[in-house]
Design a protein around this ligand. Structure first.
Ligand code: PLZ
Length: 452
């Protein structure tokens, strides 16, 4: 495919897109530049972007831009297109639904696909207790509702979140999110009754899981008191905070304490959910069963949908009419979710996430062995990261991280950074990426590191 073909008619996305890295222009090319200039005139300055392109198609493991460049996708639009962009089953389900009806409002006239998504979530989330679900539009909205539900059930108000946490950008979720820049700075005042305690960050705190949990629990008991605490919310593997995997025993100890103290344990699996970590949900990797689970991102193959799923008695504590929203569980998003969950369950995506991890982790560990600026390699399944440091001090090296990420993008590989200190490159490719493309992407990362 040449640039002129693409300019004439943008290709359809999905897995039949040529699975190749193809650089026709430098990035951004002229057409992308034109869009980015329009963007800066029309779109609020606060809405940033990482990859300076005008995307026109995506699928398998590539994103194609308006200039005909084909970039290797190691970010999945932040863990969203796990089934693959424009997955044929998702496309078919959406096309069928959009031609039938686009909206009734589930709170006005219910429809089957919403109930089907709820049934599927109740089945696939951790634990075999009786569960119920409610659907929303975004991860932040799911988190907001999980907190509402926990408060209503426990009749208590305080909520504990952790260092390095990310839970969203709405007012309540900004309060739960740890990092000030760029998420919170200047946007306060924030919601009250939110408390922050240390998490388990083995690379930096040197604590065992139970030690880190004891430290957090002791602060909770002294500064808040279980009698006031409605919920503890945590990402089983922290996403935006730096792909931080807690030490063994941390999460089970926290869950056990919550259970003994009538505190609702909420696992925010918005980023870790749906096969990403080599399990359907990351909670399973740690042997924990959350009371409530928040999901979004990967759930619907790119359409906006989110959910809270959990113990029936907690989910049912809210009065009728207490939960909802105009678009929550939109029928097109639900059709996409039914198709996506089918793909996750039946097309081997959990195994595929593990295979991707078996490429990512050894290759990054090998890179670490030859380059002390990689302080840590960690993650699970297709959610793996490298933390960059100044080797002499172990201090975070955000400048190197930014330079490597920029060089990768210039060479046609989409990588995302994260971390409280901005010193982590995370790898979370679509699970539809072919091995060859993943390996080529990692070759580019290795060269980018060598050159910086
Ligand atoms: N909980 C664990 O990862 C979203 C944020 C991107 P929304 N993470 C990507 C950005 O910079 O805005 C996220 C998450 C976890 C909640 C959320 C929020 O999900 O769908 O973005 O609202």
């Amino acid at each position: 495919m040449s640039a002129t073909d693409i300019i004439a008619a943008p290709p359809l996305g999905g897995p039949t897109l040529p699975q190749e890295r193809r650089m026709i222009t430098s990035i951004p090319g002229p057409r992308s530049t034109e869009l980015l200039e329009r963007k800066s005139r029309a779109v609020a300055a606060g809405v940033g972007h990482t990859v300076p392109i005008s995307a026109v198609a995506a699928g398998g493991g590539v994103v194609v831009d308006a200039d005909g460049n084909s970039l290797i996708d190691l970010g999945s639009g932040i863990a969203v297109t796990s089934v693959g962009n424009a997955h044929p089953k998702v496309v078919a389900a959406v096309q069928a639904q959009v031609a039938q009806f686009t909206h009734t409002c589930f709170m006005i006239s219910p429809y089957e696909s919403y109930v089907e998504v709820a049934e599927a979530l109740n089945r696939v989330t951790p634990g075999d207790h009786e569960k119920k679900s409610a659907l929303f539009n975004s991860g932040a909205e799911a988190v907001e509702n999980a907190v509402k539900i926990a408060r209503k059930y426990t009749k208590k108000q305080a909520v504990v979140a952790f260092d390095h946490a990310y839970h969203g950008r709405t007012n309540l979720t900004m309060a739960l999110t740890a990092k000030s820049m760029p998420y919170k700075s200047g946007f306060g005042p924030f919601a009250s009754e939110i408390y922050r305690v240390p998490t388990s960050y083995p690379y930096r705190d040197g604590l065992s899981g139970p030690e880190a949990a004891t430290k957090a629990i002791s602060l909770i008991e002294k500064q808040i008191g279980a009698d006031n605490l409605a919920a503890v919310i945590i990402e089983p593997i922290q996403g935006e905070g730096g792909f931080i995997v807690p030490a063994e025993g941390f999460l089970p100890t926290v869950v056990e304490w919550c259970r003994a103290n009538n505190v609702v344990f909420i696992a925010d699996e918005v980023q870790t959910g749906f096969a990403r970590t080599g399990a359907m949900f990351a909670s399973e990797l740690f042997g924990i069963v959350p009371d409530l689970v928040t999901t979004a991102k990967g759930i619907a193959g790119g359409l906006p949908l989110a959910a809270v799923t959990g113990r029936a008695e907690i989910m049912d504590a809210s009065h009728a009419g207490g939960l909802g929203g105009t678009y929550g569980g939109n029928p097109i998003a639900c059709a996409a979710a039914v198709a996506s969950i089918d793909v996750f369950e039946n097309d081997g995506l959990i195994e595929r996430a593990r295979e991707i991890g078996e490429i990512l982790t050894p290759r990054l560990t090998a890179l670490q062995a030859s380059d002390p600026r990689i302080g840590d390699v960690r993650g699970a399944g297709a959610m793996v990261a490298a933390e960059f440091v100044h080797p002499e001090t172990g201090e975070p090296d955000a400048a190197l991280t930014g330079a490597v990420a920029k060089a990768c993008i210039a060479a046609g590989v989409i990588v995302l950074t994260c971390g409280t200190y901005g010193n982590v490159i995370r790898f979370l490719p679509p699970l539809s990426i072919p091995d060859a493309l993943l390996n080529e992407g990692l070759d580019v990362v290795a060269s980018a590191l060598a050159e910086n």
